[in-house]
Design a protein around this ligand. Structure first.
Ligand code: NAD
Ligand code: DAU
Length: 353
């Protein structure tokens, strides 16, 4: 049916990447999946324990910024498709260390584009370079403004979103200049199992479990559109197979939440599952200095994806959030593992104590 493919998935040991790898391994046993990941602080092979022994799976530890290593990988595994997720992904880290974002997100993407172009050598049949990007490239919306569409102008504000915007432009430049078959998707905020506890939802679950303050930036009025990570993986599958080559697709949850309302929701579910009195952990909520350049609102208009390719989010948010909190509480070993060592330095630098 689909035929055989040798797919290079970058960043497969990270949060979204691990769900994409698992989804493809389980759904397409006839594909070979080569996961390349540098295993930075955000990458963790524990995220893939359940599939690491599969015959159609290979892990390679490498840095996408190493060009000759990327050239070797294309040749060795006869790569015909790329799903590129490897990136520095946390906005707050981009504020303190913008260079590592330019390095991995811009130069790393450029390396992969060039390695693909060289290896495919103008034979583009059945080839695809799929670039996974973010809604943050579109900037920030006012309340009441229409959600981002695929034609919204780019207007990034953080070093993170500037680096992702730049990488998107390079991908389109390779399409227009060299004819590289590409597709890009720009997705809203993901949540779910295996997300590193620097991001809002797992950070707050982890802090509630330790009775630590819950740092709300500014007034907590910023709005994000939340999508369950497995629904993102399914959208990537649909776009990978059926998306129009050269095109961009927005992916979103149709699920906007003001941070403070979301936080009350997280507290409620945590208290319930931890057997605490209702509202007990509300007292941990602490307002702190706002993030510099904090975008007010993100929201995605996913009409193109839903109408052309028939994808839609499958999980209700209440269901997805409870599933997520349950996963973190059932996997406290994972949380303890990823929050040991370097994490404490990061935490001190960000939030004090
Ligand atoms: P993550 O930080 O959890 O994982 C990133 C992975 O990339 C890690 O495994 C890390 O080891 C690897 N990596 C980093 N630098 C590398 C390098 N130089 N070479 C090789 N591997 C490297 O990130 P995530 O949240 O899973 O995001 C994955 C992708 O999806 C990113 O491109 C991000 O911009 C995009 N995205 C994320 C979200 C979200 O809500 N998290 C939403 C839309 C798009
Ligand atoms: O929109 C997609 C993007 O979503 C992805 O491209 C990024 O990789 C991903 O990190 C995420 O970016 P955000 O900045 O929206 O996610 P974060 O979890 O860092 O923050 C969500 C909101 O919560 C944001 O408005 C900032 C706020 N926040 C965050 C943290 C970590 C707090 O109030 N307190 C916190 O401690």
């Amino acid at each position: 049916k689909m035929g055989r493919k040798n797919i290079l998935i970058t960043g497969g040991a990270g949060f979204i990447g691990s769900h994409v790898v698992r989804h493809f391994i389980n759904s397409y046993p006839e594909y070979k999946i080569i996961n390349v990941d540098a295993l930075t602080y955000a990458g963790n092979l524990l995220n893939l324990k359940d599939i690491e022994d599969r015959e159609n799976y290979t892990f390679v530890k490498a840095d996408i910024c190493d060009f000759s290593e990327m050239q070797n990988l294309f040749r060795k595994y006869e790569i015909d498709s790329v799903i590129h997720l490897a990136a520095e992904s946390h906005v707050d880290r981009s504020i303190t260390d913008p260079f590592s974002f330019a390095r991995t997100n811009i130069m790393g993407t450029l390396n992969l584009l060039q390695a693909a172009r060289e290896y495919w050598n103008n034979d583009f049949s059945n080839k695809l370079f799929y670039h996974v990007s973010t809604d943050e490239v579109y900037g920030s919306l006012e309340f009441g403004e229409h959600p981002f569409t695929e034609t919204t102008s780019y207007d990034p504000h953080s070093p993170y979103s500037a680096s992702k915007a730049s990488s998107d432009h390079f991908v389109r430049a390779y399409r227009d200049t060299y004819g590289l078959p590409i597709v890009i998707s720009n997705c809203s905020n993901n949540y779910g199992p295996y997300q590193f506890p620097e991001k809002l939802i797992p950070l707050f679950i982890n802090n509630i479990r330790h009775n630590k303050p819950l740092p709300v930036y500014g007034k907590g009025e910023n709005v994000r559109d939340w999508l369950y990570v497995e629904d993102h993986a399914k959208a990537i599958d649909v776009i990978f197979h059926k998306g129009k080559r050269g095109d961009t697709y927005n992916i979103g949850g149709l699920n906007e939440w003001k941070n403070i309302d979301l936080i009350h929701q997280v507290v409620k579910v945590c208290d319930k599952l931890l057997g605490r009195a209702e509202g007990e952990s509300e007292k941990l909520i602490t307002y702190v200095t706002d993030r510099a350049g904090h975008d007010l609102r993100y929201a995605i208009d996913a009409t193109k994806l839903t109408s052309e390719l028939g994808w839609k989010p499958s999980l209700q948010f209440e269901e997805g959030l409870e599933k997520t909190v349950r996963w973190y509480l059932d996997n406290q070993d994972w949380l303890d593992h990823v929050t040991s060592g370097e994490y404490m330095n990061y935490y001190k630098q960000m939030y004090g104590e």
